[in-house]
Design a protein around this ligand. Structure first.
Ligand SMILES: Nc1ncnc2c1ncn2[C@@H]1O[C@H](COP(=O)(O)OP(=O)(O)OP(=O)(O)O)[C@@H](O)[C@H]1O
Ligand SMILES: [Mg+2]
Length: 228
């Protein structure tokens, strides 16, 4: 599903050492991965490489048999829209749109994801409503401006947007940082339920090691890069 080979990444050509240097990483279909590492170690950078937002400086990043670094920007954008749902560390929601509108936007750039969403519900709005309900955002909040929601509620909108149209890969960057312990576990259970429903592969980043036992596999970014 995901395969990294001899991947390095530098933010600037002149950087003396790369931000990331990964000999090898293989993630199987349907795996739930917990990616951990200190602040500044490159977790968000790695997720952006997996999502094709950043391109590896050297090496191959292959997802679903497509080598992302060999695609041009347009093809990479299409690949991302079709196959990857992303919950960003800062959510990247559009504040003056409603939760429903933000969730529908999640499949705006992908015909195949729209079709998948429409195979489950009569309209994209209905599918978005169901996802928001499933993630625990009550209907009275579905049509407000996103900016009026609490951070925890915005995290649920970001998750629903990532899930619309059942992408094969879900990438989540600190999606539970604003939730209390109890809400955190229930949010993760909802995340797993959605991921299992569509047999998605989940790559999840968090500082919170207490979440580790809930996942299939734990990857420490520092020790991953020490492998030779
Ligand atoms: N847009 C950017 N341009 C240049 N350098 C960047 C950029 N974004 C991140 N970096 C650098 O890359 C390194 C890794 O940053 P990254 O955001 O991936 O860390 P992180 O592990 O996600 O940290 P955190 O846990 O705080 O979110 C840091 O040294 C950071 O300064
Ligand atoms: Mg980060």
């Amino acid at each position: 599903m995901i395969n990294l080979k001899n991947v390095t990444f530098k933010w600037h050509k002149s950087d003396s050492s790369p931000t990331l240097n990964i000999k090898g990483l293989v993630i199987e279909k349907g795996e739930h991965i917990f990616l951990h590492g200190p602040s500044g170690s490159g977790k968000s950078t790695l997720l952006a490489i997996l999502a094709g937002i950043n391109t590896a400086t050297s090496g191959d990043v292959t997802l679903l048999n497509q080598t992302l670094n060999k695609l041009n920007n347009t093809k990479r954008d299409i690949f991302r829209a079709d196959h990857i749902g992303i919950i960003f560390q800062n959510f990247n929601l559009l504040p003056y749109l409603s939760p429903l509108e933000n969730v529908v936007l999640g499949c705006q750039f992908s015909k195949s994801r729209q079709q998948k969403a429409l195979s489950q519900s009569a309209t994209l709005n209905t599918e978005a409503t169901q996802l928001l309900n499933a993630l625990g955002l009550t209907e009275q909040n579905h049509n407000k401006n996103v900016a009026e929601l609490s951070i925890g509620q915005q995290q649920r909108v970001a998750a629903a947007r990532a899930f619309i149209g059942n992408p094969e890969i879900i990438i989540a960057d600190e999606p539970t940082s604003a939730l209390d312990t109890q809400n955190r576990e229930s949010f993760i259970n909802l995340l797993f339920k959605q991921a299992n429903n569509s047999n998605s592969t989940l790559v999840f980043v968090s500082h919170d090691e207490t979440l580790k036992p809930l996942f299939d596999r734990f990857i420490d970014l520092i020790s991953l890069q020490e492998q030779v």
